[in-house]
Design a protein around this ligand. Structure first.
Ligand code: PLP
Length: 429
């Protein structure tokens, strides 16, 4: 399968090259040259298939013959070896729990898929790729865990000193091997700026830098898998399905829309955001006008210019009318988010963390317009990862899951840096 750059449709590369490059040289996002829906029968009989078979059907056309079938099947079986349950929170409302993986964040699936693709491409060569990533907390852990020990790949993670939670810091600083954590004296935006600068720096061209966020097709496309798994679980209700994604870079929701392009019967999408409301405002007045990023409690979604929005527009052929028919987007404040975490807990005993809570709010708002539907929110992280918010709000003490326990006694190792020059000299060594 070939991919073109959304900045220039004549610029085409293979799947392998798109994964290695991350972003096209003209800074465009890669997009598949063709999208072929799966047969209707596949959806009618989806309960008959294992998750591994479903994932294989969903991804195979996007990989083509660049990874042999047996290798691709092995990769899939390794990356989805945990549960993706749709838990009923209240009547007709389900939480698709994406946090049962190794770092308890949905990003585990995409990060692990991408790492194994790179490992396969490097199998017979001495090539070295460097994955460079800035994290506000959650991405770093998933990438560190997903890429640990992968042949030919060095991972460098930048995180803002003192601004990630203790658990998140341990997840990205304790693994060692091919993973290095750089602790930046600054905020997340400083980390992000340094990473962007490094990608543009000709002196670092030979390092084969690539990114591991959802602009990379190998991080983005596998996020379709769990939308299929949700449908498999909810099909028996025989009702219209509304899907709400707590959205930052809009990678997850964009993967959901791709799944619909393949034929998955999702009736309506909701992109639920925090105060960073560029897309909700766009849907109201048609002006795409990002403002400066606002810091919120759902900090993994503090993004004002979502990278994947151009892909979503492409999926709708840039037809705003069509787009608005099955897509809504709503923004919620931190106060609304905290209130709903408390309310859902007191009514149902279900514990949402703040990202899932934003998803819940958007879902309920949309469901008012579809009285006979069922709704799914993506719960994108385990509440333990945000215990500083959740525990005091609900006055509870969360038990520590085993995935988290295993990093608590490991020793933190990080290298402190202050400026872009520090990063550059680290990468040049
Ligand atoms: C990354 C992240 C999101 C946002 O996902 P996008 O694909 O960037 O929209 C939501 N919740 C959590 C917990 C995350 O880590």
């Amino acid at each position: 399968m070939n991919y073109f750059s959304l900045n220039n449709k004549n610029h085409k590369v293979t799947f392998q090259q798109a994964v290695i490059n991350g972003l096209a040289p003209d800074k465009g996002l890669y997009f598949p040259e063709s999208i072929t829906p799966l047969p209707d029968l596949f959806f009618q009989e989806i309960e008959k298939y294992s998750n591994e078979e479903i994932a294989f059907e969903a991804i195979k056309q996007f990989v083509g013959d660049e990874i042999p079938q047996d290798v691709l099947e092995l990769i899939i079986s390794e990356i989805i070896n945990f549960d993706f349950p749709c838990v009923e929170v209240e009547e007709s409302v389900f939480s698709l729990e994406l946090f049962h993986g190794p770092t308890m964040a949905f990003k585990d699936v995409g990060a692990r898929f991408m790492s194994r693709c790179l490992g396969y491409f490097n199998r017979n060569s001495d090539a070295k790729n460097t994955v460079l990533v800035a994290t506000s907390g959650d991405t770093g852990g998933a990438v560190a865990s997903g890429f640990l020990g992968v042949k030919g790949v060095e991972v460098v993670i930048l995180y803002p000193s003192g601004k990630v939670s203790d658990i998140q810091e341990r997840q990205l600083t304790t693994l060692g091997q091919n993973i290095t954590a750089l602790e930046v004296d600054g905020v997340f935006d400083d980390c992000q700026d340094m990473v962007k600068k490094a990608f543009l720096d000709d002196d670092l061209k030979h390092k084969n830098l690539t990114s591991a966020n959802s602009i990379n097709i190998a991080r983005w496309l596998p996020q379709m898998f769990y939308i299929f798994f949700a449908y498999k679980q909810l099909k028996k209700y025989n009702k219209e399905i509304i899907l709400s994604c707590p959205s930052g870079n809009f990678g997850n929701i964009c993967a959901g829309i791709m799944a619909k392009k393949l034929g998955l019967p999702i009736a309506h999408f909701v992109a639920s955001t925090n105060a960073n409301d560029t897309v909700p405002r766009f849907l109201i007045n048609g002006n795409y006008n990002p403002k400066s990023t606002i810091a919120t409690i759902s900090n993994a979604m503090d993004v004002s210019n979502p990278s994947n929005f151009v892909r979503i527009q492409e999926l709708y052929n840039n037809d705003l009318g069509q787009f608005k028919k099955d897509f809504s987007s709503y923004s919620f404040t931190d106060i609304e988010t905290e209130e709903i975490i408390k309310k859902v807990y007191s009514n149902t005993n279900y514990i949402l963390e703040q990202h899932g809570a934003v998803g819940y709010l958007g879902l309920k708002k949309e469901m008012e317009k579809h009285p006979n539907s069922i709704g799914v929110l993506l719960e994108t992280a385990h509440p333990i990862k945000f215990l500083d918010t959740v525990e005091p709000l609900l006055n509870v003490k969360l038990p520590i899951p085993k995935q988290i326990e295993s990093v608590l006694d490991k020793e933190k190792k990080s290298i402190k840096i202050k400026s872009y020059n520090d990063l550059k000299s680290f990468l040049s060594d």
